[in-house]
Design a protein around this ligand. Sequence first.
Ligand code: HXC
Length: 285
Amino acid sequence: MSVPKSEYLSNVWAPGIFAGRVLFITGGAGTICSAQTRALVHLGADACIIGRNVAKTEAAAKEIATARPGARVLGLGGVDVRSFDSLKAAADRCAKELGAIDFVVAGAAGNFVAPIAGLSPNAFRTVIEIDTLGTFNTLKATIPYLLESAKRNPNPNPSGLTGGRFLSVSATFHYTGMPLQAHVSAAKAAVDALMGSTALEYGPLGITANSVSPGAIEGTEGMERLASSLVTSSADRGKEVPSGRWGTVRDIADATVYLFSDAGNYVNGTTLIVDGAGWRRQGAG
Ligand code: HXC
C-alpha cells in the first residue's frame, strides 16, 4: 500500500525538480530513510536502496516506486555497509542500471540502548563500524560517481540543479552527551567530522557533504527504544522539546529535499539540525 504524500513531504516543492537525478541510499528501508527516498522519488529522482535484509529492502523499493508513475527504484539487499567490497559492487550496479549516482544518503545505522557498563568492546565497535566506517565506505564507494555527476552538473549551474551531493544521517547526542547512547554519540561525532573533511577535500571539485541531524522523531525504531527508557508516560512525549512536539519523518524528508535542491547549493560541510531545538535541553537523563 502506498504512503500518502502528506506523510513524507510538505507541499512547498516544485514537481519534477529532481528529474534525471539518481539517489543511492544506505538504510533506505528504515523509517527515516524511506521517507527521504520517497520524497526525492516523488520529485523526480530514481533511486537505489541498499540494505542488509533482502526481503525488507526489496519490499521498500517496491513501495517507494509508487510515489511517482514511471519511477525506477532498485532494492539491493544483502549489502552490509561494514563491507567496502559489497558497497562498491552495489554502487557499480546502481550506476550501471540507473545510469548515474548524483545524490548519496548514508543512512544505515546501528543502535541499541545500553549504559557504558553494559557495553562490551565488541558492542561499541559494532556501532562504530556500522555508523562511522559504514559512512566512510559509502563515501569511498560512491565518490567516483559523485565526481562525474558534479562535472556534468557544475555548482553553480545556471540551468538549476547541481550534482554531487553527499548527506549523512547523524544525531544530536554528541552535542551534550546522552545516557545509554555513548556508542552512538561517539559514532555520530565522527560522522560529522568526516563530512567536514569531505567538504574541504571535495568542495573544490563540486561536491557538497553535509549531515542532517534528526532529533526525537516519532515512529522510528531507535526512538521507540530510547523513549521507553527515558520517557515514562506517552502523554509526556514531545513536552521536553522547545517546539512542543516530537519530529516527523516528513521534517527530515523536507530538510533533505532542501539540501539536494538548487536552494541548498552553497550549504557545505555543515550539519542541519532538525530537532525543534531539542538538543538544547537534552543530555541530563
Ligand atoms: C548491549 C548489545 C546489545 C544491547 C547487541 N549488543 N545488542 N550490547 N546491549 N542491547 C552487543 C552484542 O552482545 C555483541 O557484543 C555486539 O553488540 C554485536 O552484536 P551482534 O548482534 O552480533 O551485531 P549485529 O548482528 O551486527 O547487529 C548490529 C546491532 C543490531 C547494532 C546490534 O541492533 C542491528 O543490526 N541494528 C540495525 C538496526 C537498527 O539498530 N536500527 C536503529 C537505528 S536508529 P558481544 O561482546 O556480545 O560480542 C539510530 C538513530 C539513533 O541509529 C537515534 C535514536 C535512538
